[in-house]
Structure formats: C-alpha cells, structure tokens
Design a protein. Structure first.
Length: 117
C-alpha cells in the first residue's frame, strides 16, 4: 500500500513491537516503515517520501531515542514524533506525544492519527 502523506516510521529494536504497530497501523490505512536501529531509521527517512509521524522507542537497543528525537527536531522539524517508553521521565524530551509501554492498540492508533492531524 503506497499512501503518500499517510506514512509512519516505527523505530524499535523489538521486532514484535514493530510488527504489532505495523499490523494495526496498516489496518487503519497507514503505510508503515520499520527500523530496528537509529541508523536504519535515518536510512528509511532519507529514502522515503510522505513520512509524517515517527513512533520512536526511547531505548533503541544501545542507542538513545531521545538523542535521535533531538536530531529529528533539528533536521526534520515538520515530523511529528511519539515516544514509546516504559519510563515516566520523558516529559521534557520534546516529543509531540508519549505512548506508555505497555500500550493499547487504541493508544497507538489514536495517537498517530491525532499527530497526523
């Protein structure tokens, strides 16, 4: 499914979380790209068109999702970013939304839809 302007990038080192997000967001009509590392996320963003929302884990393996969020703010300020986290301590990180782990499908899909406008 190619839906320019309705594309979300899911960045998480846990393949099962990426699959859960992909299946449910695709069901809602989104084109979903996935990345298991921050370098893969950079590659996906460089190659893709129409990404409007990034769902980003705070801890992507050994990489820091909040640092990547700050990079996105500098380089792609138009992107909306939702942080996936099991931690309460991300309020000042600068994301557009926080999706707490564990999350419900409704939390995921409604947050992405709200961010996309």
């Amino acid at each position: 499914m190619d839906s320019p302007g309705r594309t979300v990038l899911v960045v998480d080192d846990d393949a099962s979380i990426r699959m859960l997000c992909r299946l449910n967001l695709e069901f809602d009509g989104w084109r979903v790209l996935e990345a298991g590392t921050v370098p893969q996320a950079r590659e996906e963003l460089a190659a893709a068109t129409g990404v409007v929302v990034v769902v980003l884990d705070v801890h992507v393996g050994l990489e820091n999702g909040v640092e990547f969020l700050h990079e996105l703010r500098r380089e792609r300020p138009e992107l909306k970013v939702a942080l996936l986290t099991g931690s309460e301590d991300v309020a000042g990180a600068g994301s557009d939304a926080v999706i707490p782990k564990p999350f419900t499908i409704e939390q995921l899909t409604s947050t992405v839809a709200n961010l996309a406008g």
